[in-house]
Each structure stands twice: as structure tokens, then as C-alpha cells.
Design a binder for this molecule. Sequence first.
Ligand SMILES: [Zn+2]
Length: 123
Amino acid sequence: MSNYNWCHNPSCHTIETQSRVRGTGDNKVLRTVKIKQGRYNWNDDNTPNIWDYFCNQNCLHQFLGKFAQEVANLNPTPKPKETPIKVKKVKEERYRYRYDSVNGQERVPYMSTRTEIKSVDND
Ligand SMILES: [Zn+2]
């Protein structure tokens, strides 16, 4: 048995696409899009998925724009969080390419410094 949701964008039914047209003759309407739950659940488990509630990115972002404050209040974040890390500078040889009309293309080595971020276990 399949379950369905209606797109949660309150303005979904005002977007003019042929896929939203329902009705016959002079009694046509634009209807909110019906969404089959689990349509993008490739793992076939019951993982919650945002696309079970919105027909597309346009509707999702219209919803987020309209309810931005309410959405933010679902997870109040009065101060930043921090993740402990170790930062390591790693030197390595890299190459750049130089072209001139005498030698053509030439590969030129140089030393580069890369910053490596390692997570720290804090059990
Ligand atoms: Zn929609």
C-alpha cells in the first residue's frame, strides 16, 4: 500500500504547470501536487526524506522563504558549536604548467603547503 502527501508549499496550487491542471471543460483548477512517499528512497528503508513533503526545489524554497522564522525556531542556535580538531601543515611537491614559444609547454615543480584537518576523539 502506498501513502501519499500533498506538497507542503502553501502556494503549490498557484504555480502554472500542465501537471497541476485537474478537472474537465470549464471547471478546471490548478491543484497542489500529490507526492508518493518514498519516491526517492533508493535504500528502501523508512528514512525520512524532504522530497516526501515537497514536489520540487521551487516549492521547498518558497516554503522555507515563507516560514523561515518558524523553521529557524525548530532548532534555536543562540551560540556557535565547536568540534575539536588537530591542524597539520603538510608540505608536498606540486606542479604548475608554463608555456613559451621556444620550449612549448613545460611542467614546473614547486613546494606547496596543505592544511590537513584531523578530527579528535573526545570520548
Ligand atoms: Zn509543490
